[in-house]
Design a protein around this ligand. Structure first.
Ligand code: 5RP
Length: 218
């Protein structure tokens, strides 16, 4: 299977985890887009969806799926999203598409986080993929200096502004042996909105598209 076929297979497998009549949290990126296309087929069985980005909201709307404001939602049974890297402990790096903050907010509200990914995303140690950190623009240089003190090499994502009007520093050169600790440490730097480590709240289930079909990991 190609990488895209693996993504699509994982997205298809996620459909059976969507409770009837629910509002579904939906992530951002190419794998999430496959999921949105699958969700469109069962749109009459759900009440609507909460989007983790403007791009996702647009795609959901284009398929006739009602986009619901997170603030009007009491219960979000499930959040479905892709990942840039994920370990067997279901800790992740996310934010390659720059939607990490809204993704983390929707994930925090959801009862279950189901990650859908192709097999290239499964890694032993996080950090080969540069770790995205969303920063308030005026704090960019200060945050970059603090990240260098922690051993990372931050690079400003050029020409990119998040849906929240902020900037992204992509941090290279980190071998992340303790993702829970690093997630907390980075979030304590003044000016950081959040970082792309999803470790304190990792995934509850991984549906991994592989050459041999979809593997389920918990
Ligand atoms: C966007 C994300 C995506 O989930 C991540 O980048 C994976 O993307 P793709 O499904 O295109 O490989 O975190 O902010």
């Amino acid at each position: 299977m190609t990488q895209d076929e693996q993504k699509r297979a994982a997205a298809q497998a996620a459909i059976q985890h969507i409770p009837a009549g629910s509002i579904v949290g939906v992530g951002t990126g190419s794998t999430a887009n496959y999921f949105i296309d699958e969700l469109a087929r069962i749109r009459h069985k759900i009440e609507g969806a909460v989007a983790s980005s403007e791009a996702t909201a647009q795609r959901l709307g284009g398929h006739g799926i009602e986009v619901v404001d997170l603030n009007s939602v009491d219960i979000l049974p499930v959040y479905i999203d892709g990942s840039d890297e994920i370990t067997e402990h279901l800790h992740m790096i996310k934010g390659g598409g720059g939607a990490l903050t809204r993704e983390k907010i929707v994930a925090a509200v959801a009862k279950r986080f189901i990650c859908i990914a192709d097999q290239s995303k499964l890694v032993k140690i996080l950090g080969k993929f540069p770790l995205p950190v969303e920063v308030i623009p005026m704090a960019r240089s200060y945050v970059a200096r603090e990240i260098i003190r922690l051993g990372g090499q931050p690079m400003l994502r050029q020409g990119f502004t998040t849906d929240n009007g902020n900037m992204i520093l992509d941090v290279y050169g980190m071998q992340i042996l303790n993702p829970v600790e690093l997630e907390t440490t980075l979030n304590q730097i003044t000016g950081v909105v959040t970082n792309g480590l999803f470790a304190r709240r990792g995934a509850d289930l991984l549906l991994l598209g592989t050459d041999n079909g979809v593997r389920t990991m918990v």
